[in-house]
Design a protein around this ligand. Structure first.
Ligand code: IMP
Length: 197
């Protein structure tokens, strides 16, 4: 099976990616591949940032490489925090503090307009340097009070009306099926399978 290096050191992300792409590739993170580098994500879109990470690894060691970039886009805030999700309200603020700041910014916004999406862009580069881009998103509504202890980041306030749960109240398996990253990975698989036909 061919190796696929994923531009991340986040084990949760790696597991999610392995669960979906593991039957097609031997999925390795940066650490497993012996890569120790800090990549500055200075792009202006999710695709830009994913491409910056994928290209940096590909230029370093070649082979098949994948990188993703994701975030929370709030409609009433014109898509913010978007690519700045991790750094929103200061990179050292806790998520509880970020949730309070979101409520402050959304003060006066009617309940029905507290809509948001989790968005994920994936850039895959094959051993010849050819790029495939895949994207996924999931729609939700932002709760004023966090719910659930699973997941990470903004999950406790991201409520999916169809499930009647936040993404912090569903299992990892369930989240992989409906999440922005899961959808982007299935989209990538489809694109790769179409290319190989
Ligand atoms: P990155 O793609 O690892 O750079 O993630 C960017 C940031 O977006 C994370 O640090 C979280 O704040 C947010 N984020 C991305 N995906 C999720 C998710 O599935 N749940 C909750 N927050 C997320």
């Amino acid at each position: 099976m061919e190796r696929l290096i994923v531009a991340t050191n986040n084990n949760g992300k790696l597991e999610e990616i392995s669960a979906i792409l593991g039957s097609h590739f031997c999925v390795l993170g940066m650490k497993d591949a012996g890569i120790d580098m800090d990549i500055e994500e200075n792009g202006s879109t999710f695709v830009d940032n994913a491409r910056i990470k994928a290209r940096a690894i590909h230029e370093l060691i070649g082979g098949h490489v994948l990188a993703d970039d994701s975030g929370l886009c709030i409609d009433a805030l014109n898509g913010a925090p978007g690519i700045y999700s991790a750094r929103f309200f200061g990179k050292d603020s806790t998520y509880e503090e970020k949730f309070i700041e979101i409520n402050r910014l959304l003060d006066g916004v009617p309940e029905d307009n507290r809509t948001a999406q989790f968005v994920c862009a994936i850039v895959y580069i094959d051993s010849n340097g050819k790029e495939v881009i895949a994207e996924g998103r999931v729609d939700g509504v932002l709760l004023a009070t966090p719910r659930g202890r699973k997941g990470f980041g903004y999950d406790p306030i991201f409520y999916i009306p169809e499930l009647r749960k936040t993404t912090a109240e569903i299992s990892d398996t369930e989240k992989n099926m409906i999440s922005h990253r899961g959808r982007a990975l299935y989209h990538l698989l489809q694109l790769l399978e179409t290319e190989n036909k």
